[in-house]
Design a binder for this molecule. Structure first.
Ligand code: AMP
Length: 215
């Protein structure tokens, strides 16, 4: 779909704050392209590519993959001439925020910060189940699949990501907390930061996003 007038949406928030879930709804209802660097990296691992082999152990530990590797993957999957995008999981640090700013120069964008209490996040991630490609996301309490372990839409098996297990979640949270402040400052000083209450129910988060960005 060619739609150059829509703003690109840059989703910022801890793992489990609902970026992926809202991305799916926003794409479905508003025709965005979805760029999740986590999904792109996991797909490289699944393919067994050279890149996938390089990043697997870093991802398993909950740490960030190097900026250079991620930006190459990002650029290879973007077509800014034809689509408006949701960036989900990129940028993760100030360097990446500056890089993305350069990539998106000359286009309009807004950064949505998904605010949520850390304890809630651990609970959400331990109960999160996803399809292998990361496209469909469930929560065993708040948004369970109709049949245990099976995606309602595609019938694929649902998995509990290795890095959504409690040992790794804590280190992913630490990584998030130690890198997010300068990213928020960067977008705040550019007048592009919009905060969203991500502890609300799924539909309410969506409504708040739509209202705040005038979609
Ligand atoms: P996510 O699916 O966004 O939670 O990402 C899962 C993992 O992929 C992260 O814990 C990182 O190891 C890696 N990753 C995803 N996006 C990035 C990024 N922008 N920069 C560095 N590493 C990333």
């Amino acid at each position: 779909m060619v739609d150059s007038i829509k703003k690109h949406l840059i989703l910022l928030g801890a793992p489990g704050s609902g970026k992926g879930t809202q991305s799916a709804i926003l794409c479905d209802k508003n025709g965005y392209g979805h760029i999740s660097t986590g999904n792109l990296l996991r797909s490289e691992i699944a393919k067994g590519s050279e890149l996938g082999l390089k990043v697997k152990s870093v991802m398993d530990s909950g740490n960030l993959v190097s900026d250079d590797l991620v930006v190459e993957l990002l650029k290879a999957n973007l077509d800014l001439a034809t689509s408006s995008y949701i960036f989900d999981g990129y940028p993760r640090n100030l360097e990446q925020a500056k890089t993305l700013d350069g990539i998106l120069s000359g286009t309009d964008s807004v950064a949505l910060y998904f605010e949520l209490d850390t304890e809630l996040l651990v609970d959400r991630l331990t109960k999160r189940r996803v399809t292998k490609d990361g496209k469909y996301i469930y929560n065993l309490d708040t948004n369970p699949p109709k049949v245990d372990g099976v995606c309602d839409v595609t019938g694929q098996e649902l998995i509990h990501r290795d890095d959504d297990k409690e040992e790794v979640i804590r280190s992913r949270m630490e990584v998030f907390e130690s890198t997010i402040s300068p990213v928020l400052d960067f977008y705040r000083s550019a007048g592009k930061l919009v905060a969203v209450n991500a502890s609300a129910a799924l539909d309410d988060v969506y409504k708040e996003i739509i209202e705040k960005i005038n979609l």
